[in-house]
Design a protein around this ligand. Structure first.
Ligand code: HEC
Length: 167
C-alpha cells in the first residue's frame, strides 16, 4: 500500500515538473524502505502450514498456548529466574526476528544463550534432535500463516536484513 502511495507521489511530482535528481534529494529516507517492502510476500504452502500446525500442537502449544497466545503475564519472569513463554501471535516479538534467528531458537532452544548474560534462564527446549529441518520450517510457516499481511511484511524485512548481514 505504502509502495503505491510513494509511486503515486513520484508520478505527481514528475507531472509537476520535478526532475528525478530533485526528487531523490527530497525523499532520501524513503528509498531503502521502498526496496525492501517492494519484495512481494511469498505464498505459504498449505501442506507446510498443515504439517506445522500438527507439530505446533504436539510440541509447542503446551508452553506457547493453543492459540499462540503465550503464557499469562509472559513479560514477567518467574521467581526462579526462568522466562515465561512468549506468544507467537502478533502481540509477541516473534515477528521482530528474521527466519534465521527463529529457526535457530527452535533448533537450539535456551542453549543458544549459553555463556551470554540475558538476565535469566530460558526453559525453551532444543528441538534439533526431535524435529527435522522440514518440520522446523513447517512450524514457522504455520506461525506465519496466523499473522496479518502487515506483520508478515515487517517480519520479511527482518529476514531480508539478516540475509544481507550473512552475505
Ligand atoms: C517448555 C516450554 C516451551 C516449549 C515446549 C517450547 N517453547 Fe519456545 N520458548 C519458550 C520460552 C520460555 C521462550 C523465551 C525464551 C527464549 O527465547 O528462549 C521461548 C522462545 C521461543 C522462540 C523465540 C521467540 C522470540 O521472539 O525470540 C521461538 C521461535 C520459539 N520459542 C518457538 C517454539 C516452537 C516452534 C516450539 C515447538 C516446536 C517451542 N517454542 C516449544 C518455551 C517453550
Amino acid at each position: 500500500m505504502r509502495f503505491y502511495l510513494v509511486m503515486l507521489t513520484i508520478s505527481l511530482l514528475l507531472l509537476t515538473g520535478c526532475t528525478p535528481k530533485e526528487l531523490g534529494n527530497a525523499m532520501p529516507a524513503q528509498i531503502p524502505e521502498l526496496t525492501v517492502t517492494g519484495v512481494p510476500l511469498p505464498t505459504l504452502s498449505p501442506q507446510s502450514i498443515e504439517q506445522g500446525q500438527t507439530v505446533y500442537a504436539a510440541y509447542c502449544a503446551d508452553c506457547h498456548g493453543d492459540d499462540l497466545q503465550g503464557e499469562t503475564e509472559w513479560k514477567v519472569q518467574n521467581e526462579d529466574g526462568t522466562f515465561r513463554s512468549p506468544p507467537h501471535d502478533e502481540t509477541g516479538h516473534t515477528w521482530h526476528h528474521g527466519d534465521l534467528t527463529l529457526l535457530d531458537a527452535i533448533r537450539r532452544g535456551g542453549a543458544r544463550f549459553e555463556g551470554a548474560d540475558i538476565g535469566g534462564t530460558s526453559p525453551m527446549p532444543a528441538f534439533e534432535e526431535t524435529l527435522t529441518s522440514e518440520e522446523a520450517t513447517a512450524v514457522l510457516t504455520f506461525i506465519k500463516s496466523t499473522w496479518p499481511d502487515d506483520i508478515r511484511i515487517l517480519q520479511q524485512e527482518a529476514t531480508l536484513r539478516e540475509q544481507k548481514l550473512e552475505n
